[in-house]
Write a protein that binds this ligand. Structure first.
Ligand SMILES: [Zn+2]
Length: 503
């Protein structure tokens, strides 16, 4: 796979021709060529970002390439939409519309071309994200100095995005992101209600688990090769299709598993749309977390392998559902921990269960924090720190030093994809149910998981999918979902402390 820096002039000229295409045949030909190039550009952008992260996020040339290609993707998408939209009003409109189909026609018909201000804001957003990335990889910078810089980047991102939301006709960026970016069927108000309801469980969790000695114990560590061996061994126990996905990934080298000392500290799975191939990237830290995160990313990989993107132009999936594919597999894999970890299995279970519960808690903390921050764009950096501290405290987190107030700046989502985190809460609230189910009946749980992955995340909503697989929504019975796992974690931690003292 290669990528190139594309010359946009041909694309621009072709988009101009499409606008005034004289025949439907001509419009179809031009549209197909433009769509192909747009999909190629998106693929090159993904490849550039993978190279950038693989370089450890410090390569200035790669950073520059990411910025340039992302600007091109933005421009190309805009030109494709606006020229196709104009062709729909032209001489060949009826036939061209029949070619596009009803759904695409509807999407394209009321598209408004991007203004200069809008593309300026989008470009600035990419630039700020890259600055944050550079900052977070900078060695030797103290927390306070990093906080100054991260805070300024964060606050400018808020101003940029608030203005974009306004341009798109939304009264808040949260409303825009929930609906348009993440495809949610619940609102920021629903999330706010969830946050309040989660607080009692969060307080019990912080009080009785979070500071347990179990998190200071010696962990088991698997090398990249051992992690790939592990996936090869367990994918067939998920399903035949999962085994195919694993083989496809390994055979084609569609993954990077490398130490976080050399690559950026990120884990993600993304689609290379031109090849219709998912790619898995996971930085390794040397501990239990690597196993959890490899299963997590493989859950995404399995889904992306089974469910190709239906339409490169107009589809967006439900991120809450995508994150069930990944976190539910984390939960189900706990059933294999005796084999994977031997005598450290219980300790590893504590870590993974903690991770799932922490997803719910931190998903709420960061959502509440961001809703507050995006509503108060005129804050100073100090005020941002204080706002974060107050919110974290209200969940029962203990802040031991002043620098605990900087916790928010280490979470890249707060900069790169704000309001994403609540998806971890929503999905983990389903995955905790998968865990309970698999403790009772592992086969039934795995079967249900495969049904879930078959449904996929395109063209569906979180609430519908959860209902379809017969699990409980957080709005229905939060206590039924949360109380059991929190008690189980408290028990596991107590047992660990006890055995440690006895030894
Ligand atoms: Zn994920």
């Amino acid at each position: 796979m290669s990528r190139e820096l594309y010359d946009m002039s041909a694309f621009r000229a072709r988009a101009g021709e499409l606008e005034s295409a004289a025949s439907a045949g001509e419009a179809e030909r031009l549209y197909s060529l433009l769509l192909d190039d747009y999909v190629r550009l998106r693929t090159w952008s993904e490849l550039a970002w993978i190279d950038f992260y693989a370089s450890g996020g410090k390569d200035a040339d790669l950073s520059d390439t990411c910025q340039k290609i992302d600007d091109m993707v933005t421009e190309a998408g805009d030109l494709l939409f606006s020229s196709a939209s104009k062709a729909l009003t032209g001489e060949a409109s009826e036939e061209f519309s029949a070619f596009l189909g009803d759904a695409r026609t509807a999407d394209l018909a009321d598209y408004e071309q991007m203004t200069d201000r809008e593309s300026e804001l989008l470009s600035r957003e990419t630039e700020l994200k890259l600055s944050y990335n550079e900052l977070s990889e900078r060695k030797g910078i103290g927390a306070a100095a990093m906080n100054r810089e991260a805070g300024e980047i964060f606050l400018e991102l808020i101003r940029v995005r608030n203005e974009l939301a306004q341009i798109y006709g939304y009264d808040t960026y949260a409303n825009y992101a929930y609906e348009n970016v993440y495809g949610r069927d619940y609102t920021p108000e629903d999330a706010a209600a969830l946050c309040e309801a989660v607080k009692p469980y969060a307080r019990a969790y912080f009080r009785d688990c979070y500071y347990s000695q179990a998190f200071h114990a010696q962990q088991a560590s698997l090398s990249a090769e051992e992690l790939m061996d592990m996936l090869r061994r367990y994918a067939p126990r998920i399903s035949e299709r999962a085994a195919e996905a694993q083989q496809y990934m390994e055979r084609n080298g569609l993954y990077i598993l490398e130490s976080s000392d050399t690559v950026s500290e990120v884990g993600f799975t993304t689609l290379l749309p031109w090849y219709n191939a998912p790619f898995l990237f996971d930085a390794l830290y040397g501990g239990f977390y690597d196993v959890t995160s490899v299963f997590h990313e493989f859950g995404h990989y399995y889904d992306a392998f089974v469910n190709p993107e239906p339409d490169p132009l107009t589809t967006s999936g439900s991120y809450d559902v995508f994150e069930i594919h990944s976190t539910a597999l984390e939960a189900l894999a706990m059933g294999w921990y005796d084999e994977i970890f031997g005598s450290k299995a219980d300790l590893a279970r504590i870590h993974t269960l903690d991770g799932l519960i922490y997803n719910v808690v931190s998903g709420c903390i960061y959502d509440e924090f961001l809703r507050y921050a995006y509503d108060h764009p005129d804050m100073t950096v100090d005020e941002v720190n204080r706002a974060y501290a107050n919110i974290a405290l209200s969940y029962g987190e203990e802040l031991y030093s002043l620098s605990s107030r900087y916790g928010w700046m280490y979470v890249s989502h707060n900069f790169e994809s704000p309001f994403y985190y609540i998806s971890y809460a929503a999905s983990s609230l389903v995955s905790l149910q998968f865990l309970s189910l698999s403790e009772k009946d592992p086969e039934a749980a795995m079967k249900l998981y495969n049904t879930l992955v078959e449904i996929g995340a395109y063209g569906v909503s979180y609430e519908k999918v959860v209902g379809q697989i017969g699990l409980t929504l957080f709005t229905e019975d939060l206590d039924g979902i949360m109380a059991g796992p929190v008690d189980e974690l408290i028990l596991l931690c107590d047992r660990y402390e006890h055995s440690r003292r006895a030894a």
